[in-house]
Design a protein around this ligand. Structure first.
Ligand code: HSE
Length: 343
């Protein structure tokens, strides 16, 4: 028997549209292969408006409307008076998919969306780093108290299953260190600088390609990677860190001649996020590092991300894959929904 899963989307930017595209193309396959029919019933976007159809919206038609007009205005399913909170409270969605912009200072408005959804006994799947970096324990308690689950795979390395691999498979092997390339924008800039492009031109390209945050300061100063290090500390090492406990340096001070000097020495600059267990606790940092070319993270180029786990029983394990982008981040949502319903 096929079970229907009704989705309420908050945010219909790059990630929301990526998710809609995946569902337009593959929802029938997932229903056949997994017995789960994923339907978008509601979307609420602060700029594009809200739409709702309790029996399901046509994902392809939503995408066409956005590409034609940039908003949902005039669709028969439009709910002009709804915002995200109204959508959570009044729609029949089983899962709220939180894809609004990340704010690593306050976590808002996403934390409010999480709390509303969880307290209305709706599962939450999110690609938004703010709530996970700032309020995970509290949200987890709220989820447990209401008998629902949270899925946050897309907050680190988009759909590349870094969190699931770490939490489910590698944690019992005792992870004592994690290091990785957790920001696509800065890795893209460093790669392009090595080919001679200027910092400014490379950043502009990363923005055009949709990798950079709305304010790219978050990328180039290392805040985005630091947020991911905080999430990894919480989920893989059961340690609650504040963002300001991550020793953080971005890439803005690196010049083209620094990049060229590393290259002629057989090394490469990478912005490395790392977590290491020590006798006294956990060292957490985001720093540009010069890696020898033979290091597993040195060959990871462009917007690609990677995570390198050091474990007691399995030794070193490296996972390389997309860390941003419309379809890879939209796909993270699919992974989480399938995991929630598998349980
Ligand atoms: N701005 C982020 C990056 C997006 O460049 O990696 C994914 O979190």
């Amino acid at each position: 028997m096929v079970k229907q899963v009704r989705l309420g989307l908050i945010g219909f930017g790059n990630v929301g549209q990526g998710l809609a595209q995946i569902l337009a193309e593959s929802a029938a396959d997932y229903a056949a292969a997994r017995g789960l029919e994923l339907r978008i019933v509601a979307v609420s976007d602060a700029l594009k408006g809200s739409v709702y159809a309790p029996e399901g919206l046509d994902a392809a038609r939503l995408l066409e409307k956005i590409s034609a007009d940039g908003n949902f205005h005039g669709l028969p399913e439009e709910k002009p008076a709804w915002d995200a909170v109204a959508m959570i409270r009044e729609s029949n969605a089983d899962v709220i998919v939180e894809m609004s912009y990340t704010d690593l200072k306050t976590g808002q408005p996403a934390i409010t969306h999480f709390k509303e959804a969880l307290s209305h006994r709706k599962h939450v799947v999110s690609t938004n780093k703010g709530p996970v970096a700032l309020a995970y324990s509290e949200l987890q308690q709220l989820a447990a108290a209401n008998g629902v689950q949270m899925g946050v795979e897309g907050t680190v390395m988009s759909g590349t299953p870094a969190l699931r691999l770490g939490m489910e498979i590698l944690a019992p092997a005792h992870i004592h260190r994690v290091m990785g390339i957790f920001n696509g924008t800065t890795n893209y800039i460093l790669t392009q600088m090595e080919s001679g492009m200027s910092y400014a031109a490379a950043l502009a390209e990363a923005q055009k390609l949709g990798y950079a945050e709305a304010d790219p300061t978050g990328d180039v100063e290392g805040f985005d990677a630091a947020g991911k290090v905080v999430i990894l500390a919480r989920l893989l090492m059961n340690t609650a860190l504040r963002l300001d406990e991550v020793d953080r340096t971005g890439i803005t001070a690196l010049t083209q001649s620094d990049v060229a000097a590393a290259r002629s020495a057989g090394e490469r600059w990478k912005l490395i996020g790392s977590l290491e267990k020590t006798e006294t606790g956990l060292n957490a940092s985001v720093q540009p590092q010069r890696l020898p070319l033979a290091h597993p993270l040195a060959g990871v180029s462009g917007a690609t991300n990677a995570i390198h786990f050091s474990t007691d029983y399995l030794g070193e394990v490296t996972l390389i894959g997309p860390g941003a982008g419309r379809l890879p981040t939209g796909y993270a949502v699919i992974e989480d929904i399938l995991a929630i319903y598998r349980e």
